[in-house]
Design a protein around this ligand. Structure first.
Ligand SMILES: CC(C)(COP(=O)(O)OP(=O)(O)OC[C@H]1O[C@@H](n2cnc3c(N)ncnc32)[C@H](O)[C@@H]1OP(=O)(O)O)[C@@H](O)C(=O)NCCC(=O)NCCS
Length: 250
């Protein structure tokens, strides 16, 4: 896939992921539908209070003008992706009081018919009770250290979203999981996790390959910490950009 299309599709996939995770949380609303996208809710998590899609010099000013019309939460996030065309966006964000909190790599695996592994099983959670179980597992792996209120919000959003949730080897005996976000021409891999007692035995890698099979013929995009870059490279991914998360406290 050509680079600018890839970055556009990536930004669209991230927006689709966050909008859908935020939608079930009480009090969250889309204050501005795009360019820039402004989503505001009552507090944490970050995907319920964010700005993104900055495509011209005035985009951040338009977002600020929108924020002045509402009561804003204590913390607001801004996500800067490679698709953003606003000039010197990092400088603009700094001037508006945002500080960079993290940088994730964006990686992609082109579609490839990977063979099915005979001894691998996973199960998609479709019943609300099962989705809640899988979402709870994911929240414990990723957000075990955050406060209970935030954890409950993330679990609720994940469970009630339309995103596909998978458990391996099964929901009842779940030791690993992953979420797939579909958007036009792309599948996003999110929330990949293996319980600490079961890590290092190959399950994470097999989940990634299962996602590639599930997504086929779409490419699979993910965001990860740079420490995982080589691991994903060994699984067929290449790095093509970044997503930077900025934060501003009231
Ligand atoms: C990343 C994760 C899913 C891998 O699952 P797994 O079942 O242990 O993966 P595998 O057994 O297939 O592969 C293990 C390899 O991943 C490497 N690895 C795992 N986490 C890593 C990290 N944070 N940094 C660098 N390498 C890491 C291990 O060193 C190991 O390498 P080795 O095979 O050369 O020893 C698991 O460690 C996990 O759940 N981590 C916490 C959540 C997370 O970070 N998810 C990724 C989101 S993008």
């Amino acid at each position: 896939m050509e680079h600018s299309l890839l970055t556009e599709c990536t930004r669209a996939n991230i927006a689709a992921a966050y909008l859908e995770l935020a939608r079930p949380i009480e009090g969250v609303r889309v204050v501005r539908p795009g360019h820039p996208l402004v989503v505001m809710g009552p507090g944490q998590p970050s995907f319920a209070n964010f700005l993104m899609e900055f495509d011209d010099a005035e985009a951040l000013d338009r977002a600020e003008a929108t924020l002045r019309t509402i009561e804003v939460p204590a913390t607001i996030w801004a996500f800067h992706t490679d698709a953003d065309r606003a000039p010197d966006l990092p400088g603009q964000l700094r001037d508006h009081g945002f500080r960079r909190m993290s940088r994730l790599l964006c990686m992609v695996a082109e579609p490839e018919a990977t063979p099915t592994e005979s001894d691998f099983t996973w199960e998609q959670a479709t019943r609300p009770v099962d989705r809640d179980t899988v979402a709870g597992f994911m929240v414990r792996q990723f957000f075990g250290h955050t406060n209970r209120h935030a954890q409950a919000g993330i679990q609720h959003g994940t469970s009630r979203s339309v995103h596909a949730l998978f458990a391996a080897p099964s929901i009842a005996r779940m030791t690993g999981g992953v979420m797939i976000v579909r958007s036009p021409g792309m599948a996003g891999l999110y929330c990949l996790c293996v319980h600490p007692d079961h890590q290092g035995k190959g399950l994470g890698g097999r989940l990634v390959q299962a996602v590639r099979r599930e997504a086929h013929p779409d490419p699979v995009m993910l965001q990860c910490d740079s420490t995982l870059e080589r691991w994903y490279q060994a699984l067929g991914f290449r790095t093509f950009g970044h997503v930077d998360a900025y934060c501003r406290d009231r």
